[in-house]
Design a protein around this ligand. Structure first.
Ligand SMILES: [Zn+2]
Length: 332
């Protein structure tokens, strides 16, 4: 203790000599600043552009999850036609940090806010307003609220990616038994059991229910039809698809998830389950032979060609609603 005295003495003396004694007792508090915001979806502000074609196309029954990260915020609102239609706070509705440029963004906190009300139709500017106390910063972004365009895009999506056989527009459809001609594959019921002993906490079924209107009943062991079960796949990669079909009706599906998935960030783990569950629900992928359309290249969770996020675009949601409100085998 004694050894500290000379240093303190010198400091007080020094402060007195330069006449700034007051500054050490009346330091002003740090000035509050409006939050910094980076949007990731539906516009990628990191690169200053719309990265995902038609991701901003919205309409009736669509959930637009506006996603990004912000620094120094306590509330985020989305305004449509000048009205607040959605609010989120730190820690709500998040799936952990998106691992895009985590090293330089680690002070930023992710947000996800669901918008279901898009107001009047047309091309319009929505406002994301981030608050820090009573200071706010606006990040406007565009959406296209057009139900007809959404429907057209959804039908094309369903016809290209929700069938056992992909028939590009303009080409004659193959004929033959159900498995060899076009028609949408879907579960026999809109209520589906999800047998998931291993990753119940990831709640991928909750996300899919939000996007599709389907109802999932999580169970641990066996279940009646229709069901999807999750099987650990220690050796291989993740995959999924129907396991039992009658015509175009799916009675059961299965997803295989590798053990090493547990090492990945939460949003990647959830995303893998989402991707494979959609295959089990009839959305096709890469292994359907010569007529395959493969995976869509649209920046959604079903896209395997580029960075894959958790997103399931508005027209994909509408396609799911279409497929699951029409009999198995429908062409749209
Ligand atoms: Zn796939």
């Amino acid at each position: 203790m004694r050894g500290l005295w000379p240093a303190v003495w010198v400091w007080v003396l020094g402060a007195g000599l330069v006449g700034c004694r007051e500054s050490r007792v009346t330091l002003p508090p740090p000035r509050p600043v409006p939050p910094n915001v980076q949007l990731l979806y539906p516009v990628d502000e990191v690169y200053g552009q719309y990265t995902y074609p038609d991701a901003q196309l919205v309409g009736e029954g669509v959930v637009l999850t506006v996603e990004g990260r912000a620094y120094g915020w306590d509330r985020i609102e989305v305004l449509v036609d000048g009205r607040v239609v959605a609010v989120t706070r730190p820690g709500e509705n998040v799936l952990g940090p998106m691992d895009l440029s985590r090293r330089i963004m680690e002070d930023y906190v992710n947000f996800r806010v669901d918008v279901r009300d898009f107001g009047t139709p047309g091309r319009k500017v929505l406002v994301l307003r981030a608050w820090n106390g009573d200071l706010s910063r606006d990040s406007p972004f565009e959406v296209v609220h057009d139900d007809l365009a959404l429907d057209r895009k959804a039908r094309a999506f369903a016809n290209l990616y929700w069938q056992g056989w992909c028939v590009p527009p303009g080409s004659p459809p193959p004929s033959g038994p159900p498995a060899a001609r076009p028609g949408s594959f879907r579960m026999v019921d809109r209520t589906i059991y999800f047998i998931n002993r291993d990753y119940p906490e990831l709640q991928a079924d909750v996300l899919i229910a939000k996007w599709t209107g389907l109802r999932f009943i999580p169970v641990r062991d066996s279940a009646p039809f229709p069901f999807i079960d999750l099987v650990k796949n220690p050796g291989g990669g993740p995959r999924g698809g129907p396991t039992n079909t009658v015509g175009f009706a799916i009675l059961s599906g299965r997803i295989w998830i590798p053990d090493r998935l547990i090492e990945y960030p939460r949003w990647i783990r959830v995303g893998n389950l989402v991707h494979e569950i959609f295959h089990a629900l009839g959305l096709t992928g890469g292994n359907e032979g010569a007529f395959s359309c493969g995976h869509p290249k649209d920046g959604s969770r079903m896209d395997i060609s580029g960075p894959r996020y958790l997103w399931f675009h508005g027209y994909q949601q509408r396609a799911a609603h279409l497929v699951y409100s029409h009999p198995p085998g429908t062409i749209f």
